[in-house]
Design a protein around this ligand. Structure first.
Ligand code: MN
Length: 191
């Protein structure tokens, strides 16, 4: 099974200035395309040749895991955003955020702080467990919380390639700005 490059639900210039067209051209168009190409090359002749990305994340190691997880992580990440600003958590999700973190503002602050604290490359995640309990989880490099039984709801990419063209070394400023383009309706549906 050949893994295909997913199609984004917006144009590459639609998230500017929070994420510039140049960053999406490189981050999505070059980095993610490379993960897709590497994955397709690596799985040939292995037990993962016809496996789903979720199966690869749960069972594979080494290059197949790294590239498969990075395809999944980036697809999930880029499908969290919308050019339409101003969405907010609602319903059961809003209630769970308030109960777990005190308020939506406190959650956002903790999420950015945890993402900023990751040393080197990785991802910060909002996840739920089987009982819909929320947690913030940090992972290194291409790692994904599905591997540990969590269900991801939201992630921010903290690899430098995600923000260096627009924010240089200012990771915290970049992560804080992302809230403007997060589509909470998508996260609500995942919850
Ligand atoms: Mn990335």
């Amino acid at each position: 099974m050949k893994h295909e490059m997913p199609v984004l639900p917006y144009t590459n210039d639609a998230l500017a200035p929070v994420i510039s067209q140049q960053t999406i051209d490189f981050h999505w168009g070059k980095h993610v395309q490379t993960y897709v190409n590497n994955l397709n090359n690596l799985i040939q002749g292995t037990p993962f040749e016809d496996a789903s990305l979720e199966h690869i994340i749960q069972k594979a190691d080494g290059g197949i895991f790294n590239n498969g997880a990075q395809v999944w992580n980036h697809t999930f990440y880029f499908h969290t955003f919308t050019p339409k600003k101003g969405s907010a958590p609602k319903g059961e999700l809003l209630q769970a955020l308030n109960e777990t973190f005190g308020s939506v503002g406190a959650f956002k602050k903790q999420f950015v702080a945890d993402g900023t604290a990751i040393f080197g490359s990785g991802w910060v995640w909002l996840v739920k467990d089987a009982n819909k309990k929320l947690s913030i989880v940090k992972t290194a490099n291409g790692d994904n919380p599905i591997r540990n039984g969590w269900i991801p709801l939201l992630t921010f990419d903290v690899w430098e390639h995600a923000y260096y063209l627009d924010y240089q070394n200012r990771r915290a400023d970049h992560l804080s700005a992302l809230w403007d383009i997060v589509d909470w309706n998508v996260i609500y549906d995942r919850y």
